[in-house]
Design a protein around this ligand. Structure first.
Ligand SMILES: *[C@@H]1O[C@H](CO)[C@@H](O)[C@H](O)[C@H]1NC(C)=O
Ligand SMILES: *[C@@H]1O[C@H](CO)[C@@H](O)[C@H](O)[C@H]1NC(C)=O
Ligand SMILES: *[C@@H]1O[C@H](CO)[C@@H](O)[C@H](O)[C@H]1NC(C)=O
Length: 367
């Protein structure tokens, strides 16, 4: 009775929980609140009530996005029609509602969106080509204002320090990223607010921005770029090559020795078989001869043959000896056939000898 009562209660609870919409879950046409739009603390990711394919429109419902900033935007199902990327001279804001023209220098921009700012006339000279993302086309968005990254050494600069929540193997930690509007090759010192020359590899540093390589090691000196490919010495190639070749040759040699034992055993068996067959053949020929001689001894006037018969009889008696000897040393191939068909290799020599003794007389009886 008890489970029957609990089941409807569980259903009611699930219906209650159903319509409650979590942030970022509202689908196209559902209601949303623009006041909920903000950057998430720690990650500075844009947050909205609407799902990944919609934005919160002015009439407080989720509408389809009007543009995208990423080549492969998150949250779209396979084969879905993606909104267009903005053409040159335009940008797609965090809301992704509509493409907008680039913002002139000195005007407000969205957090860290250097790409929203119009480039300087000497953008070719100021643009950061290092891949560290120090500016976009010579422009930076610092403290939500578009600027040009054109300040030279010793001149006052603007700095923006942002604390990100980062996740490492030891759990969460704070990663402070400091950006400024100095020219490429300089950094904005947070204490003096002046542009300072970057430091070379090996010089002491306190932050990544101080290094030419944008990598201040834990030891407090500038290290190689974090994306530097790891070079391996030539000797490593040689050692690996020798190990591969050695392994191949070693395997071949090992197999040769393992199979040599089997091969020799097989050869020995064949040789014994051949000797055996040869002995049988000779024995049969002698029997034939004995039979012929005994027949001839019955022929009339064949008296001299009687002595021959006696001698041949003795000879044939003697000739039994090698045959029996051969039979007692018969090849294992015969046993292989007569036995239960188990592998010869599994038997030890002693085992074979035992079997030979057991079977020996039966071969003798055959002839
Ligand atoms: C709300 O605005 C969006 C975009 O402007 C529009 O597509 C949608 O039809 C509007 N919804 C309502 C209920 O007016
Ligand atoms: C860089 O900015 C200049 C000046 O605004 C503009 O003419 C140029 O097209 C921009 N280059 C890129 C790659 O956006
Ligand atoms: C440097 O950029 C600022 C805007 O950030 C601009 O007002 C100023 O004229 C520029 N200075 C030079 C020397 O280009």
């Amino acid at each position: 009775m008890l489970p029957a009562l609990l089941l409807p209660a569980a259903l009611v609870l699930s219906f209650w929980a159903g319509p409650a919409v979590r942030a970022g879950d509202a689908k196209f046409g559902q209601s949303c609140n623009r006041d909920h739009q903000k950057l998430q603390e720690g990650t500075y990711q844009f947050q909205t009530d609407c799902d990944a394919m919609t934005f919160c429109a002015e009439n407080s419902t989720c509408a389809h996005k009007g543009c995208r900033s990423d080549e492969f935007p998150f949250g779209y199902p396979k084969n879905a029609k993606l909104p267009n990327k903005c053409s040159k001279g335009f940008f797609c804001p965090d809301e992704q509602d509509l493409c907008q023209p680039l913002i002139p220098v000195g005007s407000p921009c969205q957090f860290n969106r250097d790409d929203e700012c119009e480039g300087p006339p000497n953008f070719k000279e100021l643009a950061d080509t290092s891949g560290f993302g120090l500016n976009v086309n010579g422009s930076v968005c610092l403290n939500n204002i578009c600027m040009w990254a054109n300040i030279t050494v010793g001149q006052p600069c603007v700095v923006q320090n942002t604390a990100y929540t980062a996740y490492g193997p030891d759990g969460e930690f704070i990663d402070i990223v400091s950006r400024g509007n100095c020219r490429v090759g300089l950094y904005c010192d947070a204490q003096t607010n002046l542009c300072v020359q970057n430091k070379a590899i090996g010089e002491t540093c306190d932050a990544d921005k101080e290094c030419e390589t944008y990598n201040c090691l834990d030891s407090g000196v500038c290290g190689d770029r974090a994306d530097t490919p790891r070079e391996v010495g030539k000797w490593v190639y040689v050692v690996v090559g020798v190990c591969i070749f050695g392994g191949m040759v070693g395997t071949l040699v090992g197999l040769y020795f393992i199979h040599r034992k089997d091969r020799n055993q097989e050869r020995e068996k064949r040789l014994q078989y051949w000797r055996e067959q040869n002995a049988f053949r000779q024995n049969i020929m002698q029997m034939q001869e004995t039979a012929r001689n005994s027949l001839m001894s019955f022929t009339p006037g064949g008296s001299p043959r009687s002595t021959m018969y006696g001698r041949d009889q003795v000879q044939s008696e003697d000739s039994q000896v090698p045959m029996l000897h051969a039979a007692s040393k018969s090849s294992a191939l015969r046993y292989y056939v007569s036995d239960d068909g188990s592998q010869i290799d599994d038997r030890s020599d002693e085992d074979l000898m035992m079997r030979r003794r057991d079977h020996g007389p039966s071969h003798g009886e055959r002839f």
